[in-house]
Ligand binder design. Structure first.
Ligand SMILES: NC(=O)c1ccc[n+]([C@@H]2O[C@H](COP(=O)([O-])OP(=O)(O)OC[C@H]3O[C@@H](n4cnc5c(N)ncnc54)[C@H](OP(=O)(O)O)[C@@H]3O)[C@@H](O)[C@H]2O)c1
Length: 326
């Protein structure tokens, strides 16, 4: 079928394109042409999705039957897609757990929790608005994937990547003394293939698209990172209070770490529906190993997308935390 990827040249969308090609679709991408080009065999359409005229002009008679939307970050982008693509057979949209008004800290019980309905342009409210706008246009042909942490090759958000590089460098590594906190993730390749399949089948409704609650822990993940990189790093747990007092920002400076009062619930996301509709769960080790293999050849990464700050703790701050600690 003719499958349009809104996005498709950075991370998740790139895997969507690969999955759609592998499943025999005629694939087009719609991007500004800033981030990169899709592979050969893909129709590269260009325009800014915030501009209402751009998508209809770029399609120029090429009528998509299926859409996978990885690139929606604004209200205008959602409105314009709803106006231009409301007639397709299946539309799979990438939202976020942040669409839920109460997440974080969560927990998320099923998909019926209240979503944001405010008018501001924060990330969660915009994703929730986009879901409403597109759902109104498409009805039960619209699926929204409320994604949690996405990992895998080509991830320029770089949270897992930072830990891989830091552990590979070896020596004494500051880690939060919360290694038993749960963590769940979804591999971008699993999510991508599943999004294409959901659009093909015209499956609709919201789905919490992350791994099963408790699939691993922060410590378990770091152990796999250490193993995969062949590192002899010595993990030095530092108390949460001390990290916070030193200005270490959870999630940002020590990626994937959440403060105690949030960690117990934020990772408690009910993914029963995702499992029922077949979202795969790849072994964590495979995601980590493949991300590390990609990092070996990726060169210097571009800045993270969507205006996100580059994650990770500066070496001098780590050294200060380690000083005087046995
Ligand atoms: N990373 C996570 O852990 C996480 C968690 C939850 C949800 N999410 C969501 O998952 C999705 C991840 O997507 P991705 O960034 O990996 O997707 P992607 O499709 O691989 O990359 C983003 C694409 O959007 C295009 N784009 C950006 N601004 C555009 C515009 N104004 N008009 C047209 N195209 C535009 C970019 O190309 P150009 O720059 O060339 O235009 C690029 O191809 C996002 O929707 C994110 O909110 C991520």
């Amino acid at each position: 079928m003719r499958l349009l990827v809104l996005g498709g040249t950075l991370f998740l969308g790139r895997h969507v394109v690969a999955a759609a090609l592998a499943r025999g679709h005629q694939v087009a991408t719609f991007t500004r042409g800033v981030t990169g080009a899709p592979p050969d065999g893909v129709r590269a359409l260009h325009g800014d999705r915030d501009d209402p005229a751009a998508l209809p002009a770029a399609l120029d008679g090429w009528a998509p039957e299926l859409v996978v939307d990885t690139s929606c970050q604004t209200r205008a982008a959602a409105r314009n897609a709803a106006a231009a693509l409301g007639g397709v057979r299946g539309y799979a949209f990438v939202s976020s757990l942040n669409a839920y008004r109460d997440w974080p800290p969560g927990p998320v019980r099923g998909e019926d929790g209240a979503v944001w309905d405010t008018d501001d342009d924060d990330y969660g409210p915009v994703k929730a608005f986009a879901e409403r706008e597109l759902s109104t246009a498409l009805g039960d042909r619209f699926l929204t994937a409320r994604a949690g942490l996405i990992v895998g090759p080509y991830d320029t958000v770089d949270r897992l990547g930072w830990w891989l590089r830091r552990l590979a460098r070896g020596g004494r590594v500051v880690v939060p003394d919360a290694l038993d906190q749960p963590i769940a993730l979804v591999d971008a390749r699993d999510l991508a293939g599943w999004l294409v399949e959901m659009a093909e089948r015209g499956v609709g409704g919201p789905v919490n698209t992350t791994g099963p609650a408790g699939m691993t822990t922060l410590g378990g993940l770091l152990e796999v990172c250490r193993d995969v990189t062949g590192s002899d790093a010595d993990l030095v747990p530092v108390a949460e209070e001390e990290l916070l007092a030193a200005g270490v920002e959870p999630w940002q400076d020590l990626p994937l770490w959440l403060p105690r009062e949030m960690a117990g619930t934020a990772w408690d996301v009910d993914t029963t529906r995702a499992r029922q509709v077949g979202l795969p769960v790849r072994p964590v080790r495979e995601s980590v190993a493949d991300t590390w293999a990609w990092l070996q050849v990726a060169g210097e990464l571009p800045p993270p997308p969507h205006g996100l700050a580059r994650p990770g703790m500066p070496p001098e701050r780590e050294a200060a935390l380690l000083a005087g600690r046995s």
